[in-house]
Design a protein around this ligand. Sequence first.
Ligand code: APR
Ligand code: ZN
Length: 253
Amino acid sequence: MIAPDLDCGIAALRNLIADARKVVPFTGAGISTECGIPDFRSPGGLWTRNRPIPFDEFLARQEMRDESWRRRFAMEENFGGAKPGRGHTALASLYRAGKILALITQNIDNLHQASGIAAQHIIELHGNTTYAVCLDCRERYELPWVKEQFAASGGRAPDCRCGGYIKTATVSFGQAMPAEAMQRAEAAAKTCDLFLAVGSSLVVWPAAGFPLMAKQHGASLVIVNREPTGLDAYADMVLRHDIGDVLEPFIEA
Ligand code: APR
Ligand code: ZN
């Protein structure tokens, strides 16, 4: 059911959260747009400007690895200094109140960690873009080092000491999903009693399967998104409003 208006929706959400033992938020890029980070599929979103680089192309061509790092450092200029928004802050308040035992995110921007939720309670389905790893030996690389090598070589993606390719710790299209994160997300979806999908178009699978899984295991499903999503028909309540406006009342000092 679509909440008739913002205030009714917030009141109904407040009751659902009060009654819930275990809330699992599931966030997408929409929660970070007010922080200056564009989402993917809204007008002007990242995929409306750049075609995603599929994993096989990243592996196959040096120029795709170079382009991938060029885009990453261009991103840094735009939103390297992004701070958590009202949605992140409200979820961190619910976490501190003991309502949230695990938060699932498709986002790679590290803003849930920056909002004060402990990393071990954040399940990153699509990884994290604030550091890099070698695809062969899994050695971790910090971005300033990669940027230095990239600049010194005139824009060539550096390789690992072992010869492996270095990539941001994100999951690209065509790349395997992180097994441990998928298992943890499944456990959270199956055991929560309120699943709160916030700022996702819910069109990318297998991530979009978790709201349905929660519903099938008895949870109430609430979707907060200003546009229709792929799963609105399955939701107990849809709040088609700005995320910051919906969640701001849940921010505890
Ligand atoms: N308030 C409410 N909704 C918002 C706001 C806002 N302030 N800003 C954006 N939105 C909504 C948009 O209307 C859109 O439906 O957030 C949704 C974001 O959807 P997408 O851009 O598709 O992002 P997401 O669902 O996170 O994408 C999933 O796709 O390409 C992959 O790996 C990428 O993790 C990403 C995945
Ligand atoms: Zn290596």
